[in-house]
Structures are given as structure tokens and as C-alpha cells.
Design a protein around this ligand. Structure first.
Ligand code: UGA
Length: 437
């Protein structure tokens, strides 16, 4: 089994670290945020992710995961060092901001001694980053023996633990053969179960990650456009998606229309890929259009909401169900709700929000709104319900309950949570389907 260290205990670092420990490796999780490390030692997770807390607790008991702020000790004790710090979008340019990755690489170099180390980039990074990290380490420690590997993650928030342990593929990019055997051993518990491991060079590994996320973002925006057309043409987008998805070359997944994609990955990665493509003088028109349409989506959603409310939002009280960027997460980053609700507020609507996890971060984003402890509380006496996130508990709300709780029985559903036949008795607006009354 391997000795591994994760530098950065954010989403990717913590989930991957816990999963490697669960697979039997010895993992040290390092972060310069002392409060976070103290909390982790007490079993307090910085994020909400299904099964993560239990997995960490079990690994702590088995003593194969530990938490520290001491990078030096962690580097010394580990053969494989993962860099799992953030790569946010540069606000001005849209490029991936690599300053955290480079700073960590320089710090790691300081603590490297004589043993060979594999430095793994798991954060989503543009092509050329592995080479840049290599240069940084070489400059800081010319005698250091190491290889830099690109090992992108494909974890969905909310399902990250399960995605890690049941991957569609594991991608390992390296520019020499030496680190490949180390990485193969690291992933052996998964490849022994038959999961695929693809080896390639670092540039290709980076491209695989960006192309995958951008393709999925494009697929979502494609079904969103088809949904808009279905609405006008009188077709039903649910059946269209079903019929299209039955073609095994296309597949059913990521064909759910919605208010646009959000989260910490698709918006950032599509933008970074667009910028990279331009630098290589090879513009990606489909990705450019995907980004532009996703940005425009909130205004389309606003006019849909406004039309449903009879053209006037002023003084209307809306019960908003869900604000996180998708279900099963407390993450608000780039959530479509942010733009939509701020426009509704500016247009004079009063907002009563309920989200099973959104109360933690939501109030920072919506200081003008009231947060409730249940859907029923938010719905009570409102002029309309607006469903923005597909939390499974919203599925249980019946048309009769909406009718009983709302002042006027109007439901605007931007996630197509309900079957049309189940919504008789309320005016029900959804995406790409006829309005029922
Ligand atoms: C995404 C990818 O799915 C992961 O494979 C990848 O590893 C991760 O980014 C990353 O790069 O770290 P995530 O951001 O957790 O994962 O979220 P998704 O489940 O992919 O959803 C992204 C957005 O698309 C959400 O706003 C969601 O509501 C929206 N979406 C998704 C739709 O509107 N329709 C769909 O059919 C699917």
C-alpha cells in the first residue's frame, strides 16, 4: 500500500484522500487553514458530501488517515503528493488562476529530500501546467528526483465518494514511464475490480478533463434549447429526451432541462477551455456558444417567471424551493438561483426561500430574502411557488398541498419535478412542456 499526501483539503482533496485511505493506503491531509484541520481532527467536515463523514471516521479509527498543517512532515513521509488546491477563474480574463497550484509546488519543493516523489495534479489545470510545476520544482531543488503526473478527477458533488469508488475511468497523464507503475499500484484496488485506467501524456490528460466537462455542459445547453423549442412547437421535452437518450450513442444522462448549469466546475472549466483554445488559435465555437447561452439562460427564465405571474412581479410573494446549484449539495457557487433571484428582487418580488441545505450559505447570497425551515412554511400564503433545485423531497409535495398552502395555486417549476397529470388543480408551468391548469 502507498503513502500518500493530499495538499489542500477542499472538495477534491478531502474526498480523494478519504477514498484512498478507505482503499487501504496511508493518507496525510495537509492544509494551511489551521481551523479547518482542527475541525477535521474533531470529525467536522468542511463540506456536506454523502458518506464522507462516516468514511473519514472509519479511516481515522483504522489510523490510515490523519490531518495536519505540517507540509514538511507530510512531504517527507509520502511517496505520492497530490496537489488539490483551487483553480478559480481569474475574474478579469476567465483563465484558470494557477497561483495556488504554483505556490504549493514551490512549498513542496522546499521540503523534498533525496527520495523519489510523484507529484500529482488533481485540480483541473490547463495544458502546460505539469511542465510549469516541473520547472518550479527543478528551479527550487535542482537535485530533486520526481515526476509530475496529471490525474484529473471526475467526481460529481453529492456523489463524489461513490464516483471515486466506481469510476467510469481513471486517467493518468505522465511524460515518462517511471511514475506510471506507482500510479498503477495506487489505483490497483480499483483496477482489480475492473475499472478502466487510461494512461497518456499530461497534456492529453488535461484535455480529457476539459473536453469531458465542456461536452456535458454543451449537452445540457442543447437540451435547454430543444426544451425552449418544444414549448413553442407543442412537443414534450421529457419524451423528446427519452426518445433521444434511448440511442445508446447519446444516452439518457445530462438531458434534463433546467435553469442553466452552475457549480464550481462547468462555468469555470468551459471558460478556461475557451480561453486556452483562443491562445492556441483554435477557437471552440460550440463551447463559446454554450457559455453565452448559459449566461443568457437566467434572463430567459426570468421572462418565463414574469409571464407566468401575468407580467408583473412587483409586490408578489414567491416561495422559492431550492437555491443550491443542484440537489444533494450545500454548494452555492455559480448557482443559477443567484442571478434569477437577484433579478426577481430588483423587480420588486418578495422571496421566501426553503432549501434543505441552502440555509448555511444562502443568506450571504440572498440578504433580502427570508429563509424558512420547511417547504410548507415557505409556501404558506405565497402568490406562487418557484422550484429552482431538484431536491427529492420537493417531489413529495402534491398538487393538493400546493393548492392548500399557496394563496394562488401557481407553480413555476424550472426542474420539471412533476408529471403533468399529477398537477391538475394548480396552474403548472414547467420547461418544454405545455402549461396545465
Ligand atoms: C461536474 C461533472 O459532472 C464531474 O464529472 C466533474 O468531475 C466535476 O464537474 C468537476 O469538474 O469537478 P458537478 O459540478 O458536481 O460535477 O455537477 P453536475 O452534476 O455535473 O451538474 C452541473 C450542473 O449542471 C448543475 O447546475 C446541474 O443542475 C446542471 N445539470 C446537470 C442540468 O441542468 N441538467 C442535467 O441534465 C444535468
Amino acid at each position: 500500500m502507498k503513502k500518500v499526501c493530499m495538499v489542500g483539503t477542499g472538495y477534491v482533496g478531502l474526498v480523494s484522500g478519504a477514498c484512498f485511505a478507505h482503499l487501504g493506503h496511508t493518507v496525510i491531509c495537509v492544509d494551511n487553514n489551521a481551523a479547518r484541520i482542527e475541525n477535521l481532527k474533531k470529525g467536522i467536515m468542511p463540506i456536506y458530501e454523502k458518506d464522507l463523514k462516516e468514511m473519514v471516521e472509519a479511516c481515522v479509527k483504522k489510523e490510515n488517515i490523519s490531518f495536519t498543517t505540517d507540509l514538511c512532515g507530510a512531504v517527507e513521509k509520502s511517496e505520492i503528493i497530490f496537489i488539490t488546491v483551487g483553480t478559480p477563474s481569474d475574474k478579469k480574463t476567465g483563465d484558470a488562476d494557477l497561483s495556488f497550484v504554483f505556490a504549493v509546488a514551490a512549498d513542496i519543493a522546499k521540503h523534498m529530500k533525496d527520495e523519489y516523489k510523484v507529484i500529482v495534479l488533481k485540480s483541473t489545470v490547463p495544458v502546460g501546467t505539469a511542465e510549469a510545476v516541473e520547472d518550479i520544482i527543478k528551479k527550487a531543488k535542482p537535485a530533486a528526483k520526481f515526476s509530475v503526473v496529471s490525474n484529473p478527477e471526475f467526481l460529481r458533488e453529492g456523489f463524489a465518494v461513490s464516483d471515486f469508488l466506481n469510476p467510469d475511468r481513471i486517467v493518468v497523464g505522465a511524460n515518462d514511464a517511471k511514475p506510471l507503475s506507482v500510479m498503477r499500484e495506487l489505483y490497483k484496488p480499483l483496477t482489480d475490480k475492473g475499472f478502466a485506467l487510461l494512461t497518456t501524456n499530461t497534456t492529453t490528460a488535461n484535455m480529457i478533463k476539459y473536453a469531458s466537462n465542456s461536452f456535458l455542459a454543451m449537452k445540457i445547453m442543447f437540451i435547454n434549447e430543444i426544451s425552449d423549442m418544444c414549448e413553442k412547437a407543442g412537443a414534450d421535452v421529457t419524451d423528446v429526451a427519452k426518445g433521444v437518450g434511448l440511442d445508446s450513442r447519446i444516452g439518457h444522462k445530462f438531458l434534463n432541462p433546467g435553469p442553466g448549469y452552475g457549480g464550481s466546475c462547468f462555468p469555470k472549466d468551459t471558460m478556461a477551455l475557451e480561453r486556452m483554445a483562443k491562445k492556441f488559435d483554435s477557437p471552440l465555437k460550440l463551447v463559446e456558444t454554450t457559455i453565452a447561452e448559459n449566461n443568457a439562460r437566467r434572463f430567459k427564465m426570468l421572462s418565463k417567471i414574469s409571464n407566468a405571474l401575468g407580467g408583473n412581479m412587483r409586490g408578489k410573494r414567491l416561495a422559492v424551493l431550492g437555491v443550491t446549484f443542484k440537489a444533494e449539495t450545500d454548494d452555492m457557487r455559480d448557482s443559477p438561483s443567484i442571478g434569477i433571484l437577484s433579478e426577481l428582487h430588483l423587480n420588486g418580488a418578495a422571496l421566501d426561500i426553503y432549501d434543505p441545505q441552502g440555509k448555511k450559505h444562502g443568506p450571504e447570497f440572498f440578504p433580502y430574502a427570508k429563509f424558512h425551515d420547511s417547504a410548507a412554511e415557505a409556501l404558506s400564503g405565497a402568490d406562487a411557488a418557484l422550484v429552482l433545485t431538484e431536491w427529492p423531497e420537493f417531489n413529495k409535495i402534491t398538487a393538493a398541498e400546493y393548492k392548500k398552502l399557496l394563496k394562488t395555486p401557481l407553480v413555476i417549476d424550472l426542474r420539471n419535478m412533476y408529471k403533468l397529470e399529477d398537477m391538475k388543480g394548480v396552474v403548472y408551468h414547467s420547461l418544454g412542456r405545455k402549461t396545465v391548469k
